[in-house]
Design a protein. Structure first.
Length: 279
């Protein structure tokens, strides 16, 4: 796990990251780590529980961020006490530019399996160690069974908490070709001004049909919902009607389906538009 860059994450359990394929059933738990320095970092473990109660699998740290890192994990399960223990052994992939010596590997001795609010969760303490064995972090861990979460729909009342994450927003201009593999029966997305309100105005179209005309973009998030017909998905187009006081029309956009989210920032000149294909 990488702690070189501090990130303040508010946890929202709606997202899906790739799983490892095993010969047996893979258990997936997703959630966050909180450190004694008050960092909150998204975290996921995917593992196979073997007949001898040993576990092998992979962890993912900073799941949706620029330092996303996957590590091999090994451990055990105490079926009598319902306690997991595991260690991150080494990294398998990482987006981080840090050197190998700067990675902080998680060790968890007593991760208790509980039921809270009708959900299966893993809670406990962890310590982090550099490859040389030196301590680099400590704190708490909270993970929820992902299979349960996938059956739940998004609670849009918590979207502000989600948006407090330091997300990596992809820039969209007229030159980008953007497409999203969509997994919901309706289109839900939010638009807002992520900096100073400067009177940016947009119009929103879906399959060339006007959905919102002359929408003034504010810091307050505007929720757009478009039902989808059985015959397919379509194209969302956002057109710059006014470029505001700061020269360009810039809009934060967050597409949210049942299992994932897709953050963008559109950067447009007056009269220009961007298109996002949902397929």
């Amino acid at each position: 796990m990488h702690f070189c860059i501090r990130m303040k994450f508010i946890f929202y359990l709606l997202l899906v990251s790739p799983q490892i394929m095993y010969s047996q059933i893979t258990n997936t738990y997703i959630g966050y780590l909180t450190t004694t320095t008050k960092d909150i970092i998204t975290y996921q473990i995917d593992f196979e529980l073997k007949t001898d109660n040993s576990i092998n699998g992979e962890s993912t740290t900073d799941i949706y961020g620029k330092n996303k890192t996957k590590s091999f994990i090994k451990g055990n399960y105490n079926s009598d006490k319902k306690i997991y223990s595991f260690k991150e052994i080494n990294n398998t992939t990482t987006k981080s530019a840090s050197s190998k010596d700067e990675f902080c590997f998680i060790e968890c001795e007593e991760l208790k399996l509980k039921t809270l609010g009708g959900k299966e969760v893993l809670v406990g303490k962890f310590i982090g160690r550099y490859p040389n064995g030196e301590s680099c972090a400590q704190g708490s861990i909270y993970l929820t069974n992902k299979n349960v979460l996938e059956k739940e729909k998004i609670n849009f009342s918590t979207i502000d908490s989600l948006l407090k994450n330091k997300l990596e927003y992809k820039s969209i201009t007229t030159k980008n070709a953007i497409s999203i593999a969509w997994k919901s029966k309706s289109i839900n997305f939010f638009v807002w001004d992520g900096s100073n309100e400067d009177n940016d105005v947009i119009s929103i179209y879906f399959n060339d049909k006007l959905i919102k005309e002359n929408l003034s973009i504010k810091n307050k998030k505007e929720h757009i919902e478009i039902p989808l017909k059985k015959e397919g998905k379509g194209i969302v187009k956002i057109k710059a009607v006014s470029s505001g006081k700061e020269g360009k029309n810039t809009v934060n956009i967050l597409f949210v389906d049942d299992t994932n989210f897709h953050p963008y920032i559109s950067i447009l000149e007056l009269g220009e538009s961007i298109s996002v294909e949902l397929k």
